[in-house]
Design a protein around this ligand. Structure first.
Ligand code: ADP
Ligand code: MG
Length: 691
């Protein structure tokens, strides 16, 4: 009963307040959990609609929803759009006058404020915390929640204060959201916010961005790198983002590219004045500049969906950072490319920088000594340091986390610190050094995955990235997946022609879109072009059977499209193998015990798709043949481990099993083992005989 009325009221609020027709995938699930007072960890890709997941419940729950967000520009945008919808929202951040803050706090106290956005360092202000502790807080939202994890690449110590804050405001349910998180970061978020102390739901969408092509090239010199970048930027008509690994390099790249390309190229990094940075963002958003060279400071607040090409000319510190940066490409769903080009100096430089982070016990001890001498116990004291003493804020944050100090106000090179009444152990310097060493090891370990990714051969890049984030690739044909896929499998004649056709169709779409001055996806979405490639229609009637091709499109483009398709289907062998015939061929190869690696070579589909075929075959072929084939791929010891994990975790979802086995097995092992496991269970064979 109650559930139906909940559902009606969420639907009503969705339509009446937010003017939207339906929920996107996973939004309802998250919202319903929050309305049932369950905390949620939501992992959804950028653009999936995470904001609605708390904005909507805030309107049903009443009271105050507090949103912790690191991005002032985004806070402002959201506050503005909420106010346009008649919702009372406000933001607290350090670019604000005291009186403005007072007004906002007064509104919160009076219970009329519905949503309050705050930056994490504000949560340290005792006055703010006191005010909010007296208000009914119905929901606490942590946006960009990966920043809470020391394992995450852009860890922010300020985020660690959220847990205390949550306690001070009466332990409301939490919604923690992020676009990407590795299994480790997920565990950290849950722990750091104590989410598992109450009912918790983890909701996770796929982080895959199927429209991005991934490729990496190793070059022998900086000159070769430059030539390659120029070639690619010239070949691209859309917007291009170039990530470098230092501020100075950003400027050099912008200058040199500008000289060669003869079009404006901006540079962007955190060392520039805020007004200059804003100007670059504006010009890029308003399409006055097409190419920007930037450090990782560029991005989070820049909402431009049609970035077609993201180039890395340096090596990021981790796959997390890399994935976040390439994620800014193709957010409109149209094809995009992520291209990285590197040479040995880039790798040496990155490794050198990583080594710089190795803590020096002597320096740590000296800082601790100075703090001990300058801060009177039980008192509160302003504290300054030089801009090049980066260790000091890091150590202060650790001391706060360990409960020795309370940082009341923090700025770039100063803080107001209260030394709590708790004696400092003699070994404090050593304790801190150990913590810092642990963090340093995290970084090194994370970089290993990045380094592996640089190689030209290896597993499919997409599969590798998803695996890093604890996810599996959804099976299905892909166009333009990555350079490793192309190199490894060598596309068969069928896929070759399909890829040519796809690029011909894209070029055609591009021309039509230009002519009509509309975005390409308004002519046809990628999905439609892909369906045309699959079906290879030879008549208008067949064409109209393709997904998304209606009578109007037939009238405007039908003959042109058929001409393109026919031009790509001249010889009989390139008539496409339908999905069914690839499947049938794979089945007969399995049936004749052809080794899996050979099957992969003979079936022009991605490894993941062929693995999907194998699972289907294993689910119905003769049990003895299935076991023989399965155990040629999975060792019996591995199978035993996995079967045990299935018994504990269930066999519906592979991720929990992967987590449990801590990466000692591959997804291929899991999928094959699951097929054997299910058949064995079916056949009521408790003990699978060993080979
Ligand atoms: P995220 O924070 O996940 O990156 P946002 O919350 O900023 O994404 O939402 C991205 C866009 O999607 C916004 O323009 C938002 O209005 C839109 N959006 C969100 N939910 C829906 C929905 N159910 N139907 C249509 N549009 C939606
Ligand atoms: Mg967001």
């Amino acid at each position: 009963m109650e559930q139906t009325s909940d559902r009606q009221s969420t639907d009503r609020v969705l339509a009446e307040i937010f003017g939207l027709k339906s929920f996107r995938p996973l939004q309802r699930e998250i919202i319903e959990s929050l309305l049932a007072s369950q905390s949620v960890l939501g992992i959804l890709p950028t653009g999936a609609g995470k904001s609605l997941c708390y904005q909507l419940p805030s309107q049903i729950l009443g009271g105050l929803t507090i949103v912790v967000s690191p991005l002032i520009a985004l806070m402002r945008d959201q506050v503005r759009s909420l106010r346009d919808r008649g919702i009372w929202a406000a933001a607290l951040h350090h670019h604000q006058s005291g009186t403005d803050q007072e007004k906002i706090l007064a509104a919160a106290r009076a219970g009329v404020l519905s949503l309050l956005y705050v930056s994490p360092e504000r949560l340290r202000q005792p006055r703010l915390v006191r005010t909010l502790a007296a208000v009914t807080v119905s929901l606490l939202v942590v946006d960009e929640a990966h920043l809470i994890s020391q394992w995450g690449h852009d860890f922010r110590p300020d985020y660690q204060g959220i847990r205390d804050f949550r306690e001070r405001v009466g332990l409301p349910p939490v919604l923690a959201v992020t676009a990407t998180a590795t299994p480790r970061v997920k565990r950290d978020i849950i722990q750091a916010l104590a989410l598992d102390h109450g009912p918790l739901k983890v909701v996770e969408g796929s982080v895959d961005r199927p429209n991005l092509n991934l490729s990496v090239r190793h070059v022998a010199s900086e000159a070769e790198k430059f030539a390659e970048v120029v070639r690619r930027v010239k070949a691209e008509q859309g917007a291009v983002l170039i990530y470098t690994d230092s501020r100075a390099r950003t400027e050099t790249w912008a200058r040199q590219l500008h000289r060669v390309l003869k079009e404006p190229v901006s540079s962007y990094h955190a060392g520039m004045a805020a007004s200059d940075r804003q100007m670059v963002e504006q010009r890029f958003l308003q399409r006055e500049v097409r190419v920007v060279a930037a450090t990782n400071a560029f991005g989070m607040g820049v909402d431009r969906g049609d970035i077609r090409l993201v180039i890395h000319v340096g090596i990021p510190e981790s796959l997390d950072a890399y994935y976040q940066e390439i994620g800014r490409g193709g957010r409109d769903g149209e094809p995009g490319q992520a291209f990285m080009v590197w040479h040995d100096d880039d790798l040496r430089r990155r490794k050198w920088r990583l080594r710089q982070d190795q803590p020096d016990p002597g320096i740590v001890a000296r800082i601790v000594e100075r703090l001990a001498a300058d801060l009177p116990e039980g008192g509160s004291q302003p504290w300054r340091w030089e801009p090049n003493q980066e260790m000091i804020p890091v150590i202060l944050a650790l001391l706060e986390e360990m409960g020795y100090v309370d940082i009341e106000e923090k700025a770039l090179t100063s803080a107001r610190i209260e030394r709590l009444e708790c004696p400092w152990p003699v070994s404090l310097g050593e304790l801190l050094t150990n913590r810092l060493i642990t963090q340093y090891r995290y970084r090194l370990q994370r970089f290993q995955a990045m380094e592996e990714y640089l190689g030209e051969s290896g597993p499919c890049r997409r599969e590798r990235l998803l695996q890093y984030f604890g996810q599996a690739l959804t099976p299905g044909p892909r166009f333009d997946c990555c350079d490793r896929c192309q190199g490894e499998q060598g596309p068969g004649p069928v896929e070759q022609s399909a890829e040519d056709l796809m690029s011909a169709l894209r070029a055609w779409r591009h021309a039509v879109a230009r002519e009509r001055n509309v975005a390409p996806y308004l002519v046809f979405q990628d999905r439609v072009l892909q369906d045309i490639c699959q079906r290879m229609p030879m008549t208008l009637e067949q064409l109209s059977g393709c997904h998304g091709v209606g009578p109007k499109k037939i009238e405007s483009f039908g003959l042109e499209l058929l001409a393109i398709v026919k031009a790509h289907a001249i010889s009989p062998e390139v008539v496409p193998a339908s999905e069914d015939s690839a499947l049938a061929r794979a089945f007969s190869l399995f049936e004749s015990s052809v080794a899996f690696s050979q099957v992969l070579e003979r079936i022009p589909r991605s490894a993941s798709t062929v693995l999907g075929y194998l699972e289907r075959w294993m689910s119905q072929a003769d049990i003895d043949v299935v076991r023989a084939y399965g155990f040629s791929l999975v060792k019996t010891e591995t199978y035993d481990l996995i079967a045990e994990a299935f018994a504990l975790e269930g066999d519906d979802r592979l991720r929990p099993v992967m987590d449990r086995l801590q990466g000692t097995v591959t997804y291929q092992d899991l999928r094959v083992a699951r097929a054997i496991y299910r058949r064995s269970r079916e056949e009521k064979l408790k003990d699978v005989p060993r080979q």
